[in-house]
Write a protein that binds this ligand. Structure first.
Ligand code: NAG
Ligand code: NAG
Ligand code: NAG
Ligand code: NAG
Ligand code: NAG
Ligand code: NAG
Ligand code: NAG
Ligand code: NAG
Length: 890
């Protein structure tokens, strides 16, 4: 006798007196010891009980009173129900459970039980009403004997791993079965026809299996049948004609099968139907007139079939419809405007019916609750009705792939919850409304493949939730906003807009397209104009070509000797002598050792010396195939201390690429010699052209006159673009810090090619103050660089570039020394003349046929760029904008 039962007996009277307050459990009879053993046996088959759901199942407890999840017949004390939901129990079903004599209900939903249903459970037949083993890991075949259980009303084996066929015995004779779910298993074969012999059956769910064949005839032979789901199987054949007897259907779902013939639209008239899904089958024919429609009908999905004919206007008889999805069929004709009267509609999808024509009915704006409107891939023409802005709860608007015209309504900002706006592939024109930037919940904005014009509003950068953005293939123009939110989508989101420029596209802002000037640049222009008030009167200085041999050249000569000795050992035949590392960034260069042997001979040849500079001497090396490259022999490693650092720096340079940059082609490292290889630019440097140094072999034919204003302007613009690229498009930003006219090369087409960029770490100037004072490029150096604090920035480059601009217009060097102790600083000179003299006195006398206004603008820009305070200089991006506007305005 259990302790519980012993204590109950003396108290029986009291208990009876208290009966009307006490819980029913207080008078429950205890289970027999045999039943307790069976339950403990069930527990012992459980291998994992993560939540301790069976902790109360102890050998000393009374199953009826103490065991969690067990309930007994109050009269007899026999165990009737076992209910353990979501306890994570693992293990197997103990066969002994079948010996519980009065077990009516077993509900073990949501555990991790595995193995099969033990054959011994057949002996539960006399008592079992309900078996719910849904959401476990059970496998094996479904035992047929369950069909013979006379009392079984509910069988749920869904979400397991049962396999094999559905045994016909399961539905023979099934006298009381009301509901059966075998969904989400791996069952194969046919649906047993006997299922329609279960006269009490009200519903079955066989969805998400691998069933095949046809559905049984007369599915509604059981008169109360209201729930039929066979979604996502491989069932086929016709089903019209099999549903004639149906009167009570509530849910009907045959989606994702291979059914054909006419779809059973007749069900839509049933009084209790709420859900009708025949999607993704091969149903054909037309949707008939829906004369009567169930007032509870909410979900209508016939998408993904071969339905033809018009979109039935009679669908409005389904007054309470929430979802209408007729997408991906072969429907044709117009969208009936009356659909706009379906006030409860949340989802309207007609996408992918390529025969649907006409326009978007303005009436759709009357569907106040609409959440999804998907009319993509139809043949709709006309405008996007402004009335759609009234659907203020829209989350998804997909009108892509039509022939819509006109502008994007700028009232769409009314759709404050909108997450997806897909208008791609239409014929929309006009601008992108700035108001779209107010749709802060947008995560998808696709306007690609239209004819949109104008700029991309920078305000779109406020759309911080965007995960997809595309404006490619339009006629947009201007600069792509720099907001990272937009930049992150990469160049393919912007491509196909020839007038669009800036990062992440490769085309730099150029062309003849007028652009809105930024506030900063307008201030620059105003400031420049102020400088010019009270304009210059006299400027009589005549500028002569400067022919004295430069200091750099003399330095170059010394190096030549050093090189000779090294080259002799390198070039000696028979010795495998290039002991070092040669890295080529380009495949167009020869990579055989012998070719290089030939090429390096250039380093010995005095005639090949083409230039010198602060970091090294430049030679022209020509290979046997006629290809030439520029080889810079470094004189200093600046702040670099070893090969790794050197190689790291050079590797970074190899990644830079811009039409106005001299391309790096590789480098060579040995402990005694470091070379940088780059593109050889044919026409020499801007310095040579402006200041007429004819000694150099390549510039024999060139003269100041050859560099017309037009070409000079292009050189200035090209250089500015290259610098803007280095400053604004490169991560990390690349500073030049050594801009001077001798570093601006000129190619065959008279385009500028900036060289010596990215040598920040190689420059001696940044290493010591002393060096900077004697630095050869003096005159280009921003004041902040010549101070001991060395707080350089991209604005230091802007200063040097400003000096180059002045040089280009005046033809004068940054610093001239007409007398031994006299130095004329170009900037001050220009400033003085502009203040006291005639503007044109500053112009290079060799210039002919120019537009004076352009020269003046460039001079002004040069002066603003050479402001003493870095913050009052414009950025290179602004300089580019300004130069572009100079050309457009004149
Ligand atoms: C099985 O039990 C779960 C959990 O209570 C329940 O959601 C599910 O509807 C039951 N199955 C049937 C067919 O009633
Ligand atoms: C359905 O029941 C009838 C009569 O009770 C029987 O003749 C028939 O064979 C059963 N059909 C199936 C498929 O079990
Ligand atoms: C519709 O449902 C109600 C309530 O569930 C039920 O009483 C009625 O019998 C059903 N109608 C039909 C035709 O089955
Ligand atoms: C209809 O069934 C398909 C699967 O066949 C499913 O993807 C779709 O969401 C269902 N439609 C509705 C409205 O529930
Ligand atoms: C809009 O519809 C088209 C065509 O059905 C589809 O390709 C596209 O992915 C849809 N857009 C969104 C955001 O779902
Ligand atoms: C914006 O939405 C409101 C409802 O919130 C509606 O009354 C109004 O007409 C809409 N405005 C436009 C321009 O559609
Ligand atoms: C949106 O962007 C603009 C400019 O890009 C900015 O001035 C404005 O403050 C932003 N608005 C919000 C709400 O972030
Ligand atoms: C933008 O659309 C174009 C054309 O449809 C496509 O090629 C490109 O990959 C898309 N880019 C992004 C970022 O979605």
């Amino acid at each position: 006798m259990t302790p519980a039962r012993r204590s109950l007996a003396p108290l029986a009277l009291a208990v009876l007196l208290l009966l009307h307050w006490a819980a029913p459990r207080a008078v429950v009879q205890a289970a027999t010891p045999a039943e307790r053993r069976i339950l403990l046996d069930f527990k012992s088959a459980i291998t994992a009980d993560p939540d301790g759901a069976l902790a109360s199942w102890t050998p000393s407890g009374d199953p009826c009173a103490d065991f969690a999840g067990v309930s007994c017949d109050p009269a007899t004390g026999a165990v009737q129900r076992l209910r353990l939901h979501g306890a994570g129990l693992a293990g197997t079903l103990a066969p002994s459970l079948a010996r519980l004599p009065a077990l009516e209900s077993v509900s073990l939903f949501g555990n991790a039980l595995s193995g099969g249903i033990p054959p011994g459970y057949a002996s539960l037949a006399p008592t079992l009403h309900k078996l719910n083993l849904s959401r476990n890991a059970l496998s094996g075949e479904i035992p047929p004997f369950l069909g013979a259980f006379p009392w079984l009303r509910l069988l749920d084996l869904s979400y397991n791993a049962f396999s094999g066929e559905i045994p016909p015995g399961l539905f023979d004779p099934c006298p009381r079965l009301r509901y059966v779910s075998l969904a989400h298993n791996a069952l194969q074969g046919a649906v047993p026809p006997g299922i329609t012999n279960c006269s009490r059956l009200a519903g079955f769910d066989l969805s998400y299996n691998r069933l095949s064949g046809e559905l049984p005839d007369q599915l509604c032979a059981p008169p109360e049948m209201n729930y039929i789901s066979v979604r996502s199987n491989g069932l086929s054949g016709r089903i019209d004609g099999k549903l004639e007897a149906c009167r009570s259907i509530d849910l009907f779902d045959v989606g994702s099968n291979r059914f054909s013939g006419a779809a059973p639209f007749g069900l839509l008239g049933l009084a209790n139907i709420t859900y009708f899904n025949v999607s993704s089958n091969a149903f054909d024919g037309e949707i008939p007139n829906i004369a009567t429609c169930g007032s509870k009908f909410l979900y209508f999905d016939a998408s993904g079939n071969r339905l033809a004919g018009p979109v039935p206007a009679s669908v409005v008889n389904c007054r309470n419809l929430r979802v209408l999805d007729l997408g991906a069929n072969a429907l044709a004709g117009d969208i009936p405007p009356v659909i706009g009267t379906l006030r409860s509609l949340l989802v309207l999808r007609l996408a992918g019916n390529t025969g649907i024509t006409g326009s978007i009915p303005a009436e759709l704006g009357g569907i106040e609750m609409l959440v999804t409107l998907d009319l993509a891939g139809l043949m709709l023409a006309g405008d996007i009705p402004v009335s759609l802005s009234k659907c203020q709860f829209l989350l998804e608007l997909n009108l892509s792939g039509n022939k819509l015209q006109g502008v994007i309504p700028d009232t769409l900002n009314n759709l404050t919850y909108l997450r997806m706006l897909d208008l791609h592939k239409n014929q929309l024109d006009g601008g992108i409304p700035v108001s779209l930037a107010q749709l802060t919940n947008l995560d998808l904005l696709d306007l690609s493949e239209n004819g949109l014009t104008g700029p991309i509003p920078s305000e779109l950068g406020n759309l911080s939730k965007l995960t997809h953005f595309n404006v490619s293939f339009n006629r947009l123009s201007g600069i792509i906003p720099s907001a990272p939110v937009l930049q992150n989508f990469g160049s393919t989101a912007f491509m196909g807009n020839p007038l669009l420029c800036g990062s992440p596209l490769n085309n730099l802002c150029g062309g003849q397209k007028a652009r809105r000037l930024s506030v900063a640049i307008i201030i620059v222009i105003v400031a420049a104009a102020l400088i010019l008030i009270g304009i210059c009167i006299v400027c009589a200085m005549n500028i002569r070509a400067y022919t004295r041999r430069s200091k750099e050249e003399q330095e170059g000569k010394e190096d030549e000797e050093v090189l000779v000795s090294e080259s002799i050992s390198v070039g000696s035949p028979g010795q495998n002598a290039i002991i070092g590392k040669l890295v080529l960034f380009t495949k167009s260069l020869p990579s055989r050792y012998e070719d290089w042997e030939e090429g390096t001979k250039a380093l010995v040849d005095k005639d090949c010396l083409v230039g010198g500079g602060s970091v090294g001497t430049v030679y022209k090396a020509t290979f046997e195939n006629g290809l030439s490259i520029a080889v810079k022999k470094l004189e200093t490693l600046g702040s670099l201390t070893n090969q790794d650092e050197f190689e790291h720096e050079m590797g970074q340079l190899g990644n830079l690429n811009h039409p106005n940059l001299v391309t790096f082609q590789g480098y060579y490292w040995s402990s005694s010699m470091q070379l940088i290889l780059s593109e050889f630019v044919t026409k020499g440097s801007l310095y040579d052209h402006l200041h007429g140094n004819r000694r150099r072999a390549f510039s024999r034919s060139s003269s100041g006159g050859e560099l017309s204003w037009d070409r000079r302007f292009r050189v200035a613009l090209g250089t500015a673009r290259a610098l803007a690229y280095l400053h604004h498009d490169c991560r990390p930003q690349v500073l030049h810090l050594n801009i001077k006219s001798s570093n601006i090369m000129i190619d065959e087409e008279y385009e500028a090619k900036l060289s010596d960029y990215g040598f920040k770490k190689l420059l001696p100037i940044l290493g010591s103050f002393e060096v900077s004072r004697s630095y050869a490029a003096i005159g280009y150096i921003a004041p902040e660089l010549a101070s001991p604090s060395l707080r350089y920035s991209d604005k230091s480059d802007v200063f040097s570039f400003g000096v180059v601009l002045l040089e280009i217009v005046t033809g004068r060097k940054p610093v001239e020394s007409p007398g031994a102790a006299i130095h004329v600083i170009l900037r001050d000179y220009v400033r003085e003349i502009l203040e006291d003299g005639t503007k044109s006195d500053c112009f290079d006398q060799s210039l002919r046929g120019f537009i004076e206004a352009e020269l003046v603008q460039v001079l002004k820009l040069g002066l603003v760029c050479t402001s003493n305070t870095p913050s009052s200089r414009p950025s290179m991006a602004e300089v580019v904008q300004f130069l572009e506007s100079v050309r457009t305005n004149s």
